[in-house]
Design a binder for this molecule. Structure first.
Ligand code: PEP
Ligand code: MN
Length: 457
């Protein structure tokens, strides 16, 4: 056993666990594949392909998340609700990266602590749905479950779950990772050149002005430090980016779950930081069983119906050894419910002395439909949930250690309000999401500035 694996003595292998053991449990939100042999063939193929990430990276992220639990770092996790195969293009990938880099610059500058950057990308292709079937007129077809499963077009052919899509999803994820890694290694994320991160389509904007002032101040500070020390501030041109997705489609995740030569145990090598969605977080369910056996840092979405006892039992199953950096709770209560629902959960975990990273997703509890038929979110509700989250954590003596957001670098009008005060009639102009509404550039920057203001209070 390798001596470098520092958690070795503290953490034990879970009992009676295997990558396929989830099959003994109820697996919600899974498609019904028409051809079992084709599915098995695809899994075989996936098992033989190279992994998308390595155990080394996974363990270094876990270490950074452990530091976020202690308040030494802040987690910024963001990206599309659902990536699409068509959206695997250089512009979509680099624009999303630019927004995340700009936000993280605002956070680093304002909070004076390092930011852990995690994209909701390179694998965010499977979606939970509220109904198995979608009905339009008198036609009922299986719901669209994300590009990893079936196609969004409302035709019988598109909606049949096709296991070959997993091979394509794996390849698209690899291409996305490859491009992100190359951009970063090539110097795209270099703090000396924040001008690389400007989005071409953004015209004059009051927030962009504030951001530019911040960039100038940081540039001056960097040059000042370099003048003083006579050398380049080295670690400023290196930025780590990690990936995450909802590990929903279990046959796919199972095929990417491996043992590696230098670290003990099992790793999900399709992403650094998988999470369990709100609809599949049942203690007895297949997803929780699968997650308990992998060594990745993991997250769970926590909605307003979760009871404090349930949360403690989830900790028992998912982090029995109280390992640092292992478990994140992403609460997504909605602006209306957070004040009532969050404090009992914070108090229960606090009383029990359990180690978790608390993260706020101010998006998913605030989804609504407009009269003209768009799924949207009001920026003021997003802002209010996030502000309340900071206040409720402060009151409970716990720490909000990060945010989880749906955002894009594309010019979209999907969420209402924000700096440009988007209204319902603006939604028609550029609503591009196939699933949930995302923050656009300005709304995302506004969230970053809001976090800085709130945590300074
Ligand atoms: C999501 O993150 O896109 C999602 C479906 O979230 P939740 O599980 O919190 O509803
Ligand atoms: Mn979503």
């Amino acid at each position: 056993m390798p001596s470098k694996d520092r958690t070795l003595t503290a953490v034990k292998l879970p009992k009676d666990w295997s990558p396929a053991g989830w099959r003994q449990h109820v697996a919600l939100q899974q498609p019904t594949y028409p051809d079992a042999a084709a599915l098995e063939g695809v899994q075989e193929e996936l098992r033989a392909l190279p992994p998308l990430v390595t155990s080394w990276e996974i363990l270094s992220l876990k270490q950074q998340l452990a530091e976020a639990q202690e308040g030494k770092r802040f987690l910024l996790q963001g990206g599309d609700c659902a990536e699409t195969f068509d959206g695997c293009t250089p512009d979509v990938i680099s624009n999303r990266l630019k927004v995340l880099l700009q936000m993280s610059l605002v956070l680093v500058h304002g909070m004076r602590k390092p930011v852990v950057r995690v994209g909701r990308f390179a694998g965010q292709y499977a979606k939970p749905r509220s109904a198995d079937m979608e009905t339009i007129g008198d036609v009922s077809l299986p719901s669209y479950r994300g590009d990893l499963v079936n196609g969004p077009e409302f035709t019988e052919a598109a909606r049949i779950p096709d296991p070959r899509r997993m091979i394509k999803g794996h390849a698209r994820s690899a291409m996305t990772m490859n491009f992100v890694r190359s951009l970063i290694d090539g110097g795209f994320a270099d703090l000396h050149h924040p001008e690389y991160w400007n989005l071409e389509w953004v015209g004059h904007s009051p927030l962009a002005e504030e951001y530019r002032r911040m960039v100038t101040a940081i540039g001056d500070a960097v040059r000042f430090m370099e003048t003083l020390s006579g050398q380049e501030v080295h670690n400023l041109n290196r930025v780590d980016f990690y990936t995450s997705h909802e590990a929903l489609l279990l046959p796919y995740e199972e095929s990417q779950t491996r043992q590696v030569p230098r670290h003990w145990g099992w790793f999900n090598l399709s992403t650094h930081y998988p999470w369990i969605g709100m609809r599949t977080a049942d203690l007895e369910g297949a997803h929780v069983d699968y997650f308990r056996g992998i060594r990745n840092p993991i997250a769970i979405k926590v909605g307003p119906s979760v009871h404090p006892d349930q949360l403690l039992k989830l900790i028992d199953v998912l982090n029995p050894d109280d390992e640092a950096g292992r478990l994140t709770f992403i609460h997504r209560m909605g602006a209306k419910a957070i004040e009532e629902k969050l404090p009992p959960l914070l108090n229960a975990v606090q009383r029990d002395g359990r180690r978790v990273l608390w993260v706020c997703d101010p998006m998913h509890g605030n989804t609504e439909s407009t009269t003209n038929g768009y799924k949207t979110r009001r920026f003021r509700n997003i802002r209010s949930e996030l502000e309340m989250a900071f206040e409720l954590h402060a009151a409970a003596g716990t720490r909000l250690g990060g945010v989880h957001l749906e955002l894009t670098g594309e010019d979209v009008t999907e969420c209402l309000g924000g700096a440009r005060e988007l209204t319902e009639s603006d939604l028609e102009r550029a609503y591009k999401s196939t699933v949930d509404p995302r923050l656009n550039y300005e709304q995302a920057l506004e969230v970053a500035m809001l976090i800085v203001r709130k945590q300074a209070q």
